[in-house]
Design a protein around this ligand. Sequence first.
Ligand code: NAD
Ligand code: MG
Length: 383
Amino acid sequence: MKNITILGATGSIGLNTLDVISRHPEQFNVFAVSAHSDWKSLLQICKDHQPSFAVLSDEASAEKLSSAAPSGVEVLFGIASLDKIAGHPKTDFVMAAIVGGAGMSSTFSAAKTGKRIMLANKESLILGGNLLMSLAKNSGAEIIPVDSEHSAIFQCIKGGRDGLSKIQLTASGGPFLQTSFEKLGAVTPEQACNHPNWKMGKKISVDSATMMNKGLEIIEASFLFGLMPNQIEVIVHPQSIVHSFVYFDDGSVLSQLGLPDMRSAISYALSHPGRNSSGVGVLDLTKEQSLEFHQPEMRKYKCLALAYEALEQGKSAPGTLNAANEVAVKAFLENKVGFLDIPEIVEKTLCEAPCQNLDTLDSVVENDQLSRQIAQSFVGSSD
Ligand code: NAD
Ligand code: MG
């Protein structure tokens, strides 16, 4: 029996994880769960899964949950409590599914304490990739990607990576694949969050629309698989059936396919090196639309170029890219800036922020905060 901590249990990945776990009660126990402030949803999860711990970000929400939670559930609040449930001696696996840099500290806690990290929170890798990978190496923590593209690559190289020449991350192109660049300036948050294939949280949905999500995934792949920027390509595949490609020197190309349902990747991270049923339907290619692939239109998806630049620069640049993007996306969702301001704010922040080495968690956090301040100053000035 494995004890699972689910960070961000009320989100899209968190709920899908609970769904997969519920199918195998003899293998997995929900040990701890967290949410930001939605204590009512967390209460329902506590009733359904009887965890030992439930954590919310603020004290007031935690008090409300505490007075309603079933007995046996210890209710805590704050970042230190997230770190505690991620690194708890009784925790075996940690689903890191908080959105954004807010998930970094708890992911690091799991890395320091040698857990299996099922990594959905790509932002913690973008912010402090070198540090996270070396912490995991030293403690023996396993990092199993949950991002569907990285799960695909992880599965494809399980048999070895001799002669690996490059990878190709597939990208759906998001809701604006058919929208002209000229019309992008006027799109609304509602349109941006209406992803054609995947039902996801708002932040990653906007990232998919700008393709910053794919940009972050390029950086994620470089850390996870130790690849150079020129070994990581992006290919648009609107049907989201092929989840990425791995190219080898002998001309072979390996790939993993499946219906666009995150439960496959979540289930793989839980059951690796084995496989379990996940609730995902059987792919029938004779019933799918034909599969298409083409190059991304770089003018439309400027965030992709910015991510490559940040990866080439290295040091603190990927963290700055991520911080600026979080600020810009939040401002877009609050109707304070337009859709095309997102890459502008990220670009200006990358130009202004210092590019420095990040050797400690403190330096990662400082760079994140400074970059957010700089990005915020551009939000105020963008009209
Ligand atoms: P979501 O918005 O649906 O859920 C986010 C979860 O994090 C919620 O439980 C929320 O309560 C919690 N949370 C939000 N802000 C917080 C804060 N400041 N402190 C503590 N907890 C906080 O997001 P999601 O779509 O489930 O995505 C989660 C992560 O997984 C992201 O990093 C995303 O990039 C990654 N991911 C998601 C998908 C997907 O299909 N949804 C696919 C690949 C990767
Ligand atoms: Mg992905």
